[in-house]
Design a binder for this molecule. Structure first.
Ligand code: SF4
Length: 353
């Protein structure tokens, strides 16, 4: 049996757009960042949704581009003293939780996530307290405090496997905060899930009607969809998966064109993997001023070359991530559960090859 709760308040604050830089300014920032990375013994760990020039710089300087789970693993293993995390704040917090001995800095601490903002720890904790018979599974896109209240943390690349595992153990599940991903997983697994009603403003905006029209224009294209999208969009997909899984699918599917329903920042890495294929942005419900995100996360867009240079130069309270020790130790437990589960799963997969 599946339950759905309704929350009347959803917090969607919109950050300012970053300053537009000239080519000369960009080149200066890039040169300075390269020097600072060496001087500070730092490495760039960046998400697929950041701007292509940031992803490219991370690759040029020995850093990493990936999804949030891969970012956390890379930062944990790397020998750098400082991790420069370009993404949104929960990614910086996850890095600090896993690697407290390192200096974790971000271009801006104001880079939020609508899922994190829509799941404040006090209300979420009260909700969990009201359903003590449920195991608490939260998506990585949450604050350290919400993770500390959870039994499991998951990312979109491993959520299905973990919920299947818990369902097989007969557990009832509280799922937070993304309602679309939660509904997708509940539908796939038939697990007993109580869904928190959060949403990603980027994926929530993809439109199934406009996508059907687009498919008529590109009949040979495969449709790739991130499961944070509405069910009506997921239903049209040839493949549904996390960012890394979508990139892999773009390579493996035979189609010459891909219509991609996730943040368009992913095109930088996806195009590297399929240089001969045409990548097409899936349509959102609005265009220009009428869409909330226009398929690009406004908080991811706050990561810019200028703010990366500032973070490396200054560090300090405006850029460094701090996580309270008690919260950190509590949140480490569900995070490590996920990482250990992922490791076991890989071993299992390998042993079956
Ligand atoms: S794309 Fe969506 S889920 Fe990702 S950080 Fe932005 S608002 Fe959050």
């Amino acid at each position: 049996m599946r339950h759905v709760i309704n929350l009347s308040e959803r917090v969607h604050l919109f950050p300012p757009k970053p300053e537009v830089l000239s080519e000369r300014q960009k080149a200066d920032h890039i040169a300075n960042i390269k020097e600072l990375l060496i001087e500070k013994e730092a490495v760039m760990v960046v998400h697929y949704y950041t701007d292509p020039e940031i992803q490219s710089l991370a690759e040029q300087t020995g850093g990493f581009v990936g999804d949030s789970l891969e970012m956390a693993k890379f930062g944990h293993k790397h020998s750098a003293k400082t991790l420069l995390i370009a993404g949104v704040r929960f990614m910086g917090e996850s890095a600090k939780i896993l690697t407290p001995e390192k200096n974790v800095i971000m271009p801006t601490l104001d880079a939020e996530c609508s899922l994190d903002l829509g799941c404040p720890v006090d209300r979420f904790s009260a909700f969990c307290d009201a359903h003590p018979e449920h195991i608490v599974v939260v998506y990585a896109n949450t604050s350290a405090a919400v993770k500390a209240r959870a039994d499991w943390v998951v990312t979109s690349s491993i959520a299905l496997e973990i919920v299947t595992h818990l369902d097989e153990l007969g557990k009832k599940i509280i799922w937070a905060p993304d309602r679309h991903l939660g509904a997708y997983i509940a539908n796939k697994t038939q697990a007993d899930m109580l869904l928190w009603q959060g949403e990603c403003i980027v994926h929530d905006e993809f439109s199934s009607n406009a996508l059907k029209d687009m498919k008529n224009v590109y009949p040979d294209a495969a449709i790739l969809v991130h499961p944070e999208s509405p069910a009506s969009v997921v239903q049209l997909a040839d493949f549904v998966g996390s960012t890394s899984q979508l990139i892999k699918a773009a390579k493996e599917l035979p189609h010459p064109q891909m219509i991609v329903a996730t943040d368009k920042g992913i095109f930088f890495k996806m195009q590297q993997v399929v240089p001969d294929k045409e990548l097409i942005e899936a349509p959102t419900a609005g265009v220009g001023a009428t869409c909330r995100s226009c398929a690009h996360c406004p908080w991811m867009a706050m990561n810019c070359l200028k703010s990366i240079e500032l973070a490396l130069k200054k560090g300090g309270d405006q850029h460094a991530i701090y996580v309270d020790d008690i919260v950190r130790l509590k949140s480490l437990i569900p995070l490590n559960r996920m990482l250990n589960f992922a490791t076991d799963l890989q071993l299992h997969v390998k042993s079956n090859i």
